[in-house]
Design a protein around this ligand. Structure first.
Ligand SMILES: C[S@@+](CC[C@H](N)C(=O)[O-])C[C@H]1O[C@@H](n2cnc3c(N)ncnc32)[C@H](O)[C@@H]1O
Ligand code: SF4
Length: 357
């Protein structure tokens, strides 16, 4: 066990597309929550972590002191990758220096787009200029490993908007980029706006064109497209997330976080106060209804589905009628005795995965 995820469920404002488990206007809980993260970590045996990932929500909201408090309560290996997601807001270079002192060495900046009209439609609480400023300050503070999140398929976003985002990305040259197509989630404001005819889903061909454009342009610029949604400069792949795709086990701390531990998958409770109470009782704050035993068959299946997401390594070759069919359809290819998605397979990845479910 060497991978730890820590969920920070606080945000300043709910983005219109987002259905992550987050609390708005609950900043007063942050210090107490930090203490409970530490208490929860003590309910597990002591592990030496090689990767720690603060995800959200908006982990940046907890501030450098709380990052330091949590990280100093854990055993973190010397060369560990310690990532924190942040939203582009009014951070100073000094804030980022303090993050580094606290032990954070990789930042994930949720930029989504540099185009103000796209950010406005999506309900983000920052503009393109603030996103750029945040990135520059993080570099100025000495961060040498920065990843940014971009989204496409947002209503009203054009191919030109995507080209303009890529142009800026090429100028600022982040070490890693995650690119997500919009997923329409029930219960979000976007969902309601679509039901009321106020916004429309992006045309499916336009969305495909956007994805192809991003792949073409970023790979031309020297990024390795190593996972369906992820691009890295050489040596800058996401170490923590790669463990997920390799189906390795990890512990998740915090409300609603997922864990894969001791051959079981489970989620923590969603309710903040029930979560605190279970920890006070020295019990893991698990939602029992989410608990699943992972048997050998399930493990093999997950290794295939997750492993195929890795575009430069794929999975070891095995003889199987489904694989042969997908070779025939041009969705999979065999290379160095490994099975890898083809270009067409990357575009139609879900059609490949359903074969193995
Ligand atoms: C867990 S979120 C948190 C990051 C941070 N709070 C932020 O929004 O900048 C990580 C990323 O998931 C992506 N994301 C969130 N909701 C999504 C959705 N409905 N469809 C596609 N991508 C989404 C966004 O790119 C976001 O940056
Ligand atoms: S996208 Fe990020 S900032 Fe926006 S509500 Fe979701 S977690 Fe919070």
């Amino acid at each position: 066990m060497d991978a730890l995820y820590i969920h920070i469920p606080f945000c300043d404002k709910k983005c219109f597309y987002c259905d992550f488990w987050t609390f708005i206007n609950m900043g007063h809980e942050i210090d107490r929550y930090t203490d409970y993260i530490i208490k929860e970590s003590r309910l597990y045996p002591v592990y030496y972590y090689d990767t720690v990932y603060f995800g959200g929500g908006t982990p940046g909201l907890i501030g450098a002191d709380n990052f330091a408090k949590i990280l100093s309560a854990l055993k973190v290996k010397e060369n560990a990758e310690v990532t924190a997601e942040i939203n582009p807001l009014n951070y100073s270079t000094e804030d980022f220096r303090n993050y580094r002192k606290a032990g954070v060495n990789r930042l994930s900046i949720g930029i989504q787009s540099f185009q103000d009209h796209v950010l406005k439609t999506a309900g983000r609480n920052h503009n393109g200029t603030q996103a750029l400023e945040t990135y520059r300050k993080a570099r100025e503070a000495g961060f040498e490993n920065i990843t940014v999140d971009l989204m496409f398929g947002i209503p009203g976003q054009t191919l030109e908007d995507v080209y303009n985002d890529i142009k800026i990305i090429k100028e600022i040259s982040p070490d890693h980029i995650s690119v997500y197509s919009l997923i329409w989630e029930e219960g979000t404001l976007f969902w309601k706006q679509r039901e009321n005819g106020l916004i429309e889903e992006a045309d499916i061909d336009l969305e495909a064109r956007m994805y192809e454009t991003i792949i073409e342009e970023l790979t031309k610029d020297g990024y390795i497209h190593y996972e369906i949604s992820n691009f890295a400069k050489p040596g800058k792949k996401a170490r923590h997330n790669t463990k997920y795709w390799e189906n390795k086990e990890f512990i998740g701390l915090g409300v609603n976080s997922s864990s894969y531990y001791n051959d079981q998958r489970y989620k923590n409770l969603k309710n903040l106060y029930k979560y605190y109470k279970m920890i006070d009782n020295k019990e893991l704050p698990i939602d029992i209804s989410s608990l699943e035993n992972v048997d050998r068959a399930e493990k093999e299946k997950m290794k295939i589905i997750l492993g195929l997401r890795l575009l430069d390594t794929g999975i070891p070759y095995f003889n199987d009628s489904r694989v042969e069919k997908l070779f025939g359809n041009g969705l999979l290819k065999k290379e160095n005795n490994r099975i890898i998605l083809t270009k067409k397979g990357v575009m139609l990845a879900n059609e490949v995965f359903v074969e193995f479910i």
